[in-house]
Write a protein that binds this ligand. Structure first.
Ligand code: ADP
Ligand code: TRP
Length: 324
């Protein structure tokens, strides 16, 4: 049985691109029998950027609610907040820090990039890859599904883990990254990749009238209503083809090609398709987001399981280090 583990930053409410590109595929992967999967909200990592405790807590709740809304079953996937097991994560981070060469961290692309861009360049940002290593090996993960941008972090994780095993004894498994090169890129309202940073995203959890407004803002060309239109170059159609049923998509394609069908019509259909496809998601999301105790209960299930694994690892580590 392989153990799959991954962390998700607590950056707030996920958008349609996150849902279709990352969350739904991960939920499907974790539902497959034969794998054991650990999924956590990396709220300690998010602390490198977010200092307001209320904002960080809200973000964590939003992310957790969205994963539950997308079908994550906390009885099958060990689903937890990193902060609730902070004593294990940070203790191991310190031991690993003392085995991590300074130049390795100083040369990390992600750190160098952030150090140039951000005004708050803190030590947490610098040691980020060490905490990430602790996150992974604390649970003896075999595979770590991540985006391309995390490849170097996984290479560092392997190096750091090998150093620990060499110095203190072979306690840890060496994790491997799983990078899905062909994940589809969901386009945003302006046709670029949908992203929080481009402010071109569709938040499917918005109240209906606001969602409708966002959809109306999708960029389209100036082809008059009565003329035929090219579905393959239009953003509304591209997004519709990801959320509509195959029959609906075929029908819309016909309408575009026939003419007499405007972008306004297509946007109205897209709005309705999103509400239909995600009605259950919206209900579950709102339920958890508005009932922190119910959400807490779901997270506690995973936090208890994670605790048992982390405790066992740390007992072994302390014994090897002669701290226990
Ligand atoms: P954002 O670009 O909005 O900040 P993140 O970088 O936080 O999103 O991405 C979180 C996850 O969602 C990652 O796994 C990423 O690959 C996925 N993702 C983000 N945007 C898209 C998109 N437009 N299409 C497909 N997947 C996406
Ligand atoms: N750094 C990852 C990101 O930004 C999040 C993360 C933290 C993570 N700890 C992890 C991912 C451990 C995989 C394994 O997306």
């Amino acid at each position: 049985m392989a153990r799959i583990l991954t962390g998700i930053q607590a950056t707030g409410r996920p958008h349609l691109g996150n849902l279709l590109g990352a969350i739904e595929p991960a939920v499907q992967l974790s539902a497959q029998p034969g794998n054991e999967s650990f999924l956590f909200i990396a709220d300690l990592h998010s602390l490198t950027a977010i200092k307001n405790p209320v904002e960080l807590e809200q973000n964590t709740r939003a992310v957790a609610s969205a994963w539950l809304a997308s079908g994550l079953d906390p009885e099958k996937t060990v689903f937890y907040r990193q902060s609730r097991l902070a004593h294990y994560h940070t203790e191991l981070t310190w031991y690993l820090s003392c085995l991590t060469p300074y130049p390795m961290l100083a040369n990390a692309h992600s750190f160098k990039d952030k150090a140039e861009r951000l005004s708050d360049v803190n030590a947490g940002l610098f040691t980020y890859p060490v905490l990430m290593t602790a996150d992974i090996i604390l649970y003896q993960a075999d595979y770590v599904p991540v985006g391309k941008d995390q490849k170097q972090h996984l290479e560092m994780a392997r190096d750091i883990t090998e150093s620990f095993n060499r110095v203190y004894g072979e306690v840890f498994k060496i994790p491997a990254e799983v990078i899905n090169e062909e994940v589809m890129t969901i386009p945003g309202t302006d046709g670029q990749k949908m992203s929080k940073s481009y402010n071109n995203y569709i938040d499917i959890f918005l109240p209906e009238n606001e969602l409708n407004k966002v959809i109306k803002k999708i960029v389209s060309d100036a082809t008059p209503l009565e003329e035929p239109k090219n579905p393959d170059t239009d953003n509304t159609f591209k997004i519709f083809s990801l959320v509509g049923t195959p029959e609906q998509v075929a029908e819309m394609r016909k309408n575009y090609l026939a003419g007499g069908y405007g972008y306004g019509h297509a946007k109205k259909e897209l709005y309705e398709a999103i509400l239909t496809r995600f009605s259950r998601h919206r209900e579950i999301y709102n339920y958890y987001f508005e009932n922190p105790e119910a959400l807490e209960k779901q997270l506690k299930i995973g936090e208890e399981k994670a605790e048992a694994v982390a405790r066992k690892t740390m007992e072994e580590v302390r014994k090897l280090m002669r701290f226990a």
